[in-house]
Design a protein around this ligand. Sequence first.
Ligand SMILES: [Zn+2]
Length: 296
Amino acid sequence: MSKPKNVVYEAANYCIYCGGTEPPLTDEHIVPFSLGGRLIFPKASCVACQKVTRGFNEAIARSMYGRMRIRLNVPTRKPKERPTELSILAIRRDGTEREVMVPAELYPRCYTVFKFKRAGILSDKYPATFDRELRNSSEDMAELVKQGYVQPDEDIGIIEHVRVDAFCEQLAQIGHAHTVAMMGMDSFEPLLPPLILGNDKRYFQLIGGVSKEEAVNTGATVDFINHQGTYFVGCRVGLPDFGWNFPTYQIICGRFADKDAMEAAAAKLKAAADKLKLIDGDEELEGFRIDMAPAE
Ligand SMILES: [Zn+2]
């Protein structure tokens, strides 16, 4: 397998979360490296904001999906520290349980995905609920019995730290960083920084899902959305799959003053996309694809 390339945007030279310009400014991965992201936005975060974003980055990459990343050998910065064994619980009929260490490659594929309704700002009411689905592989479970790690009359328990708040913050960061990298922060009124920095917990106002017809594969598609006369910029995101596809998420990143402002931003976006194509030549971007959908 060839090593995926990084794609580097033009440096921001300001913090895309708080607007600060005090050095040092650090490079941002638009999709975290831990989730396979290869798009880099140089000099785009101040130290204080990086502390905040690192919190939810780690909650997702380590606590929530860490075991899956090990199981599927998703890239890590510290390959030598990656464990070769992971623990599961074998649960007996009487409810007692025992911890069993299994080789990482035999750890059963199993993870939670969230399914969101349309973002509140586009549906005029705050979505009251979301769905949570556990995806797991019965073949992997059967293999553990076959190889004697678990007895046929035992159930298998998996330890997972599910965090919908961190997951939404992570999506908000991807949407915001991607949109700002492509169009600059002065093209639109950014809506996501309070959510990313933990000052607004109404996640589902701006983070939502789309219908099956609007789903995208792995990648980010920038959308210009006209909702009842207000123009928004959104980002549909397909996360790299861990064996099963994630649903497509739609993140509402910002609002335009008027149609002219939206059209000016669309021109900037097109110029940025053309530049990225130049960087990448004719080869397909591995890991993340750039796309655009115009407003109706
Ligand atoms: Zn900052």
